[in-house]
Design a protein around this ligand. Sequence first.
Ligand code: AP5
Length: 220
Amino acid sequence: MRLVLLGPPGAGKGTQAAQLSRRYSVPHIATGDLFRDNVSKETELGLRAKRYMDRGDLVPDEVVIGMVRQRLARDDAADGFVLDGFPRTVPQAEALEEILDERSRSLDAVLRLDVPEDEAVRRITQRRTCSGCGRNYHLETAPPDEEGRCDECGGTLVQRDDDTEEVVRRRLEEYHTKTEPLEAYYRDRGLLRDVEATGAIEEVASRAQAVLEGVAGDAA
Ligand code: AP5
C-alpha cells in the first residue's frame, strides 16, 4: 500500500499514519519527524530546517525532496509506505510522482483528514511528545498513565517548540496557501479520499479503514 495523508496541522495525520503503518506493515514516513531527528542530532540539514520550523514556515522544497528521495530508496519502503506530511506543495507532489515513476510504481490513495481549525489548534496546544521515542500524547484525550512520562519508554514528555498558538496559526496559513492546492491535484488524478477526522481516534481510524476498502493496495 502506498498512501499519502493530507490535512492541516493537528488533523491527526501522525496518529492515523501510525495505525495504518501497522495495518499494512509498511513504514510510517513523517517528514516532520525526520526533520526533528536531524534537529536533535544538530546535522546540517537539521540546523537549516529548524529556522523555518520554528517560525511555522515550510522548509524549502529542494531540501525536503532530497530527504524524502533518500528515505524512499531504503529497502523497507520497497513494498509501500504511509507518507505523513509529504507532499505539502505541488512541486513536492510532482517530485513524488517522478520518484515513483522511476520505479514503475504509483500511489494507491491520498487520504485527506478534515477537522475544523479551532479543533486542530486545541489538539496541538494540548499535545505532548516523548523526548525519547517521539510518541504523541494529548493531555485530555490520550494522556499518559503517569503525568509527564512516556508509557512506552519512560521518556520525558515535552511540548514541541512549534506547538505554541502563534506558530500553529502560521502553520495553518502555510497549509491554506501552499498545501490546499494539492487537494485539486490529487482529485484530478482520482486519488483523493476524504475522511471526516473529528471524533475519537478509533472512530477516525474506522472511517479511514472503510474508505480504503477496495483500494488497489488494500491487501490487509
Ligand atoms: P509536521 O511535524 O508534519 O507537523 P504538522 O503537519 O503541522 O502536523 P502535526 O504533527 O502538528 O499534526 P498531525 O496532523 O500529525 O496530528 P497528530 O496526529 O500529531 O511538520 C512540522 C514542520 O516541519 C512544518 O511546519 C514544516 O516547517 C516542516 N515540514 C514537515 N514536512 C514538510 C514538508 N513536506 N515540506 C516543507 N516543510 C515541512 O495529532 C495532534 C494531537 O491531537 C495529538 O496530541 C494527538 O494525540 C491528538 N489527536 C489526534 N487525533 C485525535 C482525535 N481524533 N481526537 C482527539 N485528539 C486527537
